[in-house]
Design a protein around this ligand. Structure first.
Ligand code: PMV
Length: 325
């Protein structure tokens, strides 16, 4: 059977940074995100006796590490389905990977939904989210629609993502600035392993549950100013942990810093927007719909900004009919 799925990347307003169980990929804290309409992965999976080995192609490349991770995920699904057929997988991102735009979130969400369907399994949204989590933590948040919470949970069964609000709940916009070229040198998984070495990590954990409560409240009220301030300070807090980890991790480049400073200036000039950053140099600017075009034009004029992608809140991963092979 052949199946194809499309999944959005997501931007975390409250971030996942650190694991309490590596094997099960249980995060040390819950997180809150929004699915992104303009950053997607499309993946086709076919299991067949005709394939003598797994054939994996991601954006036309055959990167060994990425392929091994995909095969491990296919094995999880083959185990559940009780099949031992090999698979062909073709996956395409509509945006650059390895630069901070969370291609692993959209990638593993699309792979999970396509492979589960190709293996003829019927899973609930919760089960899909848990399964996607094993591929990449943030992928579990790309399964439900719109604005999403990942509950940290103490067991695998409890650690899943749920939709807080549908995509049309709030028309905020994430204008992504793609900064320079180049891939991050320390992968997210490695960065997370050393999060606990930061002297500030425990301080973060002691206040994170309260932060999640406040984030949910301001999201519910659609209080843009409080929401923006919270998400920007949260991004800085996560990066403070990364920067003070041992060895220290600096994911920003001069282009990232340039945009961060500009956003603060635009705010003073009346274009209310706030930044957040994942692991990489690219930067997400969160603004209200009426400011999106203006902010996008301002970004295009920034030195070091190579491209701009406008994202609305979107639905989660879903099956589609147009196969990639
Ligand atoms: O799911 P991963 O292993 O790609 O980790 C995601 C980490 C951050 O993007 C920095 C934060 C988050 O919650 O998305």
């Amino acid at each position: 059977m052949k199946a194809t799925a499309i999944a959005p990347s997501n931007i975390a307003f409250i971030k996942y940074w650190g694991k309490k169980d590596d094997e099960l990929r249980l995060p040390t804290n819950g997180s809150i995100s929004m699915n992104l309409s303009g950053l997607t992965t499309t993946t086709t999976v076919e299991f067949s006796l005709d394939y003598k080995k797994d054939l994996i192609e991601i954006d036309g490349n055959k990167n060994k590490k990425e392929i091994d991770r995909v095969i491990k995920h296919l094995d999880r699904i083959r185990n559940i389905a009780g099949i031992d057929k090999k698979a062909k997988v073709v996956s395409k991102n509509n945006f650059p990977s390895g630069t901070g735009l969370s291609a692993s979130a959209s990638g593993f969400a699309a792979l999970t939904v396509a492979a589960v369907s190709a293996a003829d399994l019927k899973l609930t949204e919760k089960e899909l989210s848990i399964l996607a989590r094993f591929g990449s933590g943030s992928a579990c948040r790309s399964i439900p629609d719109g604005f999403v919470e990942w509950l940290d949970g103490d067991t695998s069964d409890e650690s899943c993502a749920v939709s807080l609000h549908e995509a049309n709940w709030w028309d905020i916009v994430d204008v992504v600035a793609i900064v320079n070229l180049g891939k991050k040198d320390v992968p997210t998984t490695k960065g997370m392993e050393i999060a606990g070495s930061s002297p500030f990590f425990q301080a973060r954990l002691s206040s994170i549950d309260n932060k999640i409560k406040i984030a949910k409240k301001v999201l519910e009220k659609k209080d843009f100013t409080r929401f923006g301030k919270l998400l920007e300070s949260e991004a800085l807090e996560m990066h403070a942990i990364a920067i003070t980890s041992s060895p220290s991790l600096i994911y920003w480049t001069s282009g990232t810093l340039g945009v961060m400073k500009q956003v603060k200036m635009w705010r003073k000039a009346g274009f209310e927007s706030y930044f957040t950053i994942n692991t990489g140099q690219d930067i997400h600017i969160i603004c209200q719909k009426h400011d999106a075009i203006k902010i996008s034009n301002l970004l295009k004029n920034q030195k070091d900004v190579r491209d701009v992608i406008i994202n609305m809140p979107s639905n989660g991963a879903r099956l589609v009919n147009n196969h990639l092979f």
